[in-house]
Write a protein that binds this ligand. Structure first.
Ligand code: ZN
Length: 285
């Protein structure tokens, strides 16, 4: 039986979806795949502007949610869920509670493919690391019928889990545009490491959507002081930033091997034609 394929990204902050996964979200939405986003926090501490004009946690959280929903619209996302955790404190949240919430969403949506951060959180961001761990745990728990989530849905087995795996080269291009991705945690400096190309399992060509991704990034107006240089970049630099996305296939129940994947859904049945997609979509809604 055919079914519409579903992709779910589980991330930490508004703007992670555009900067981290904008390319694949636009790419797969254009192919008729239903895309979902779970964002753990409202990013209410992310204020790169003048400290004197900081609008406060609650107001900035509200503004960033509006920005996130605008970006989601640009990327063709089917649904955005915010979990309401505190920005910057995700690794101190109650793990069982976060995992329970994620399990409920995974069981409700029944994604075939889930994408989250890599174990280093790209540049050691504790929220990114925490959400990657919670998402991974939630996928295991969601498939276990004996695990009781806060809302009752049937258990669901995710077929493939991916971690964001930006190459050294891509991170160099990012840092050229954004400045150094670096943060100091517990007195120790954390920097963006990037992935060796041999460790990357999956490369998706998203070049056709680079302008859409850039438009989604631009929806995050409060963050634009950080992206100032982005506006001055050449089209060619933008194409490089948003034109390819790379991942590490953390597990797959449907395929394997060393050949670089060009599709996150490789190994899964794709509806053969538009009619089949339309029929399958009716089943979901
Ligand atoms: Zn983030």
């Amino acid at each position: 039986m055919s079914d519409t394929l579903r992709l779910m990204c589980i991330l930490a902050h508004p703007d992670d979806e555009s900067l981290g996964t904008g390319g694949i979200l636009a790419h797969y939405a254009a192919q008729g795949i239903t895309t979902f986003l779970v964002t753990a926090t409202r990013g209410e501490r992310g204020w790169p502007g003048d400290a004197a004009t900081y609008p406060g946690h609650r107001e900035l959280g509200r503004i960033r949610e509006v920005e996130l929903r605008a970006a989601a619209e640009v990327l063709g996302l089917h649904e955005v869920v915010l979990l309401d955790y505190q920005d910057g404190e995700l690794d101190r949240a109650n793990a069982a509670e976060v995992i329970g919430q994620l399990v409920a969403h995974i069981r409700r949506v029944r994604p075939n493919v889930v994408v989250t951060f890599d174990p280093n959180g790209v540049y050691g961001h504790p929220d990114h690391i925490a959400i990657a761990q919670f998402a991974t745990a939630a996928i295991v728990a969601a498939a276990d019928p004996s695990y009781a989530a806060p809302r009752a849905f049937a258990s669901h087995r995710v077929a493939k889990l991916y971690y964001l795996a930006p190459s050294h080269k891509l991170l160099a291009a990012y840092q050229e545009a954004f400045g150094d991705l670096v943060m100091s945690i517990d007195g120790i400096e954390r920097r963006a490491a990037g992935w060796d190309t041999w460790a990357i399992t999956t490369q998706i060509d998203t070049l056709a959507h680079w302008q859409q991704v850039w438009q989604a990034v631009s929806c995050h107006q409060t963050q634009l002081p950080m992206y100032q240089k982005l506006r001055e970049l050449s089209d060619e630099h933008h194409r490089h930033l948003w034109g390819t996305q790379t991942f590490y296939r953390a597990f797959s129940l449907v395929n394997s091997g060393r050949t670089i994947e060009r599709d996150l859904f490789e190994g899964l049945h794709r509806p053969a034609d538009a009619n089949e997609v339309a029929t399958a979509q009716k089943v979901i809604h």
